[in-house]
Design a protein around this ligand. Structure first.
Ligand SMILES: NC(=O)C1=CN([C@@H]2O[C@H](COP(=O)(O)OP(=O)(O)OC[C@H]3O[C@@H](n4cnc5c(N)ncnc54)[C@H](OP(=O)(O)O)[C@@H]3O)[C@@H](O)[C@H]2O)C=CC1
Ligand SMILES: O=C(O)C1=N[C@H](C(=O)O)C[C@H](O)C1
Length: 235
């Protein structure tokens, strides 16, 4: 999760990586930061309709749109390659398709690859476990740039799911404005007091670095569904 090359993985041979969605905001950040991870060797950046002609790879790193995923999953399955994806707005059948791919290859989907949000997620779960039974209300307010298609954001839904595990009934509000990289507020409101947990992303580099760090780990992991929490905070 760090820009320190010492945190890169030592490997016998380079891990061949395909970047899916390379022309996008996240794709461009991934390409710029890739040199921080010498174990990763870029072999393909296929655009629309170019996947079948792409070179063989060990791990795909994907930030695209839900409709772009089926051909990528198919290619990973055919090749036995790992998948790290941060694409949000996935419906139940897309999530199921990831689970089914994970029966054959290592897969990691994360709605947010930042360390800060991973820690915030744990705080939300802990706060909700105490405050929900005490009758506090949980609300999640997220703000993003005007180009973002899905709402609520994937991160908001992940944080909400963590609060809901403790029984909370979460309400969501989403704002799309300017070039906001991403801001998430989880508010717990009781009578006479309130707690607000806020994460503000000021650069996409935090997501790109997190995804590349995960790729170095997932590429050499066993088949199955991996999570950012299981990589960052192994039991
Ligand atoms: N998990 C995380 O930490 C983060 C997740 N995200 C998520 O990542 C995704 C991408 O975000 P962002 O980079 O801002 O989006 P962009 O719109 O900037 O980029 C989307 C990319 O996907 C490609 N694409 C879109 N549709 C298709 C298709 N049908 N087939 C193949 N390629 C396609 C685009 O190609 P083209 O140029 O041809 O349109 C482009 O390269 C979103 O779901 C966003 O929510 C974003 C930031 C962090
Ligand atoms: O689309 C974005 O930009 C982001 N999407 C992710 C989400 O949906 O939570 C992560 C981050 O907030 C930026």
């Amino acid at each position: 999760m760090s820009s320190n090359p010492a945190n890169d993985l030592q490997v016998d041979r380079p891990i061949r990586v395909l970047i899916h969605g390379a022309s996008g905001r996240m794709g461009q950040a991934l390409l710029r930061l890739l040199p921080e991870f010498p174990s990763l060797q870029l072999v393909a950046t296929p655009g629309r309709g170019e996947l079948s002609a792409a070179a063989d790879f060990d791990v795909a790193v994907d930030f695209s749109l839900p409709e772009a995923l089926p051909p990528l999953l198919q290619r990973c399955r055919e090749q036995g390659a790992a998948l790290v994806t941060g694409t949000t707005g996935l419906d139940a059948s897309a999530r199921q398709a990831l689970e089914s791919l994970a029966a054959q290859v290592p897969v990691l989907w994360a709605s947010n690859f930042s360390l800060g949000v991973a820690v915030m997620d744990r705080l939300v779960e802990e706060a909700s476990a105490v405050l929900t039974p005490a009758g506090w209300q949980c609300d999640i307010i997220e703000q993003h740039h005007i180009h973002k298609k899905d709402a609520p954001s994937g991160t908001a839904l992940t944080l909400g799911a963590s609060a809901e595990r403790a029984g909370a009934e979460v309400r969501y509000a989403a704002l799309r404005a300017g070039d906001i990289v991403g801001e998430h507020t989880v508010q717990f409101a009781g009578v006479g007091e309130r707690i607000e947990l806020i994460h503000r992303a000021s650069s996409r580099d935090i997501f790109a670095r997190g995804a590349l760090w995960c790729a170095t780990r997932v590429a050499v992991a066993p088949a199955g569904m991996h999570t950012i929490r299981s990589l960052l905070f192994p039991a």
